[in-house]
Design a protein around this ligand. Structure first.
Ligand code: NDP
Length: 312
């Protein structure tokens, strides 16, 4: 297997990874960054980002991530397509296998692999995935313009996606499993003030109906146990995310939900020379700006680690 040696390897290309890359390249660490499954990360499947400081009029997520990438490349980051498929953190230098075919030996590894959408886990959901079932309204909403859709979830993502869908679809049913939403007040107000969104409180998905494509959703009121069928062509799942930490589980300390544990106030993991930043280690804030901040921390920690070992 081909082997390449680097001082600093960054895995993942969201705000955390690119910010780490900007700092690491400006510090002369010549980082290589592998973009992973979803180049640009979760912001590439979102719409307007209105809360990232420095953009008073807001910015489109994909555009912002393109800017992050350009900034990292300007200082010499080697940005590559590729997915880290396995790691060996048992000895220095650390080894990371890319696409099962190439090994990178790295003095420092910065993990910024983010998180991926969660699913309900129903058979009909996986069977109809791509045939009406989706976890990305911005990607797939267009296919259901002028039609009725259902969305599950009650966080900011669900609220944002419901609002997005309401501009395309004739009617959006939003299934909220409790009698309140977790979403921020401003996002909830947008949902509740949108005429063609109907929030069904205390309501869960009983079954997604349809043989080859979604035709209807059977929903259940958890207080009364009553069920009803809602004819709909699209079924959107927006119930949160799972950290992309599986390949590191053998070596790194993870919490009960799979998030990488870092030493508080740092990006350090339990393995020397391995750092984590962004959503893969943050279950609390999960914002682009906090991810970027933690990416900066990871690069500074990596630089100091290399200096302390006489490697830089
Ligand atoms: P959250 O974890 O915040 O919310 C998940 C939602 O899904 C909750 O309402 C939860 O219900 C519901 N849920 C979970 N499992 C199920 C299930 N099996 N069936 C039905 N409902 C379920 O995830 P989000 O993706 O919404 O947000 C993640 C983070 O990103 C948050 O910090 C959020 O603020 C941020 N964000 C910010 C945006 C912005 O500011 N523009 C846009 C999008 C996200 P319950 O409440 O009952 O647990």
């Amino acid at each position: 297997m081909e082997i390449e040696k680097v001082k600093c390897l960054i895995i993942g290309s969201g705000p955390a990874g690119y910010t780490a890359a900007i700092y690491a390249s400006r510090a002369g660490l010549n980082p290589i960054l592998y973009q992973g499954l979803q180049p640009g990360g979760q912001l590439t499947i979102t719409n307007d980002v209105e809360n990232y400081p420095g953009y008073p009029e807001g910015v489109m997520g994909p555009e912002m991530m393109e800017d992050f990438k350009k900034q990292a490349e300007r200082f010499g980051t080697d940005v590559r397509y590729g997915i880290a498929t396995s790691v060996d953190f048992s000895s220095q230098p650390h080894k990371v296998v890319i696409d099962d075919q190439k090994t990178i030996e790295a003095d420092t590894v910065i993990i910024s692999t983010g998180a991926s959408a969660k699913w309900l886990g129903m058979e009909s959901e996986s069977r109809l995935n791509g045939s009406g079932v989706s976890a990305c309204a911005v990607c797939d909403g267009f296919f259901y313009r002028g039609q009725d859709v259902v969305i599950v979830g009650a966080g900011d993502t669900a609220a944002e996606e419901a609002t997005y869908l309401s501009n395309l679809c004739s009617k959006v049913y939003m299934l909220v499993r409790r009698d309140e939403m977790r979403a921020s007040t401003i996002m909830q107000e947008r949902v509740l003030n949108t005429k063609n969104i109907e929030v069904l409180w205390n309501t869960v998905t009983d079954e997604i109906l349809g043989e080859h494509a979604v035709e209807a959703v059977r929903v259940k009121n958890v207080l009364t146990n009553e069920t009803r069928e809602i004819p709909a062509k699209g079924f959107f799942v927006a119930i949160g995310h799972k950290p992309n930490s599986d390949i590191f589980a053998e070596y790194l300390n993870l919490d009960e939900n799979g998030y990488i544990r870092t030493i508080p106030g740092t990006a350090k993991t339990n393995i020397d020379g391995v750092f984590a930043c962004g959503d893969v280690q943050d279950f609390t804030y999960r914002q682009a700006v906090t991810a970027a901040g933690s990416g900066c921390m990871a690069a500074l920690d990596a630089e100091r680690y290399l200096a302390s070992k006489g490697l830089h």
